[in-house]
Design a protein around this ligand. Structure first.
Ligand code: SME
Length: 157
């Protein structure tokens, strides 16, 4: 496949809808997890310009930083801590419109203002999370939750 991403200029849903088939093509036929996670981060960053987008994977009962795009971030997160740890603990998506209002939010960067975290669930167990941060308040909603979940389904873990 061509490694150039076609960037859509429509609304948020248009952007996701244009990105998903391209992402599917990008992942197709490649079974290396790190390569695939890295390309998913790069494609999301390129399409949306997110401040930070990346993965934390469960290893030895901690979330450990995986592939990401954006500023350097904390490497390990305990279960139940921060938005990522809460998403892991409760196996649910967290949409945080204002990170300062989220008890226990872990500020890897003071520039991060809002956040969405989606648990990656396989066989009923959370094996990691996808975290997306914005430097603006209120950046994420159900549209992001729906399409980011769809993107996670494209990845073989
Ligand atoms: N804010 C997250 C930590 C990860 S970084 O934002 C990249 C949290 O509260 O879990």
């Amino acid at each position: 496949m061509a490694e150039d991403l076609k960037i859509s200029k429509g609304d948020k849903s248009d952007k996701y809808r244009s990105l998903i088939p391209q992402m599917s093509a990008l992942l197709d036929g490649e079974n290396d997890l790190i390569a695939n996670l890295a390309n998913v981060c790069a494609a999301l960053k390129e399409q949306f310009g997110f401040f930070w987008v990346g993965f934390y994977m469960v290893k030895d009962n901690e979330l450990v930083l995986g592939p990401f795009q954006g500023p350097v971030a904390c490497t390990r997160i305990q279960k139940g801590k921060g938005v990522c740890g809460a998403s892991w603990n409760e196996s649910k998506i967290f949409i945080v419109p204002d990170v300062e209002a989220f008890p226990g939010h872990i500020a890897c960067s003071s520039a991060s203002k809002s956040e969405i975290v989606i648990p990656i669930i396989r066989n009923g167990t959370v094996i990691g999370v996808m975290d997306v941060d914005s430097d603006e308040l209120n950046s994420f909603d159900e549209t992001d939750a729906t399409y980011l979940s769809e993107i996670l389904q494209l990845i073989s873990f």
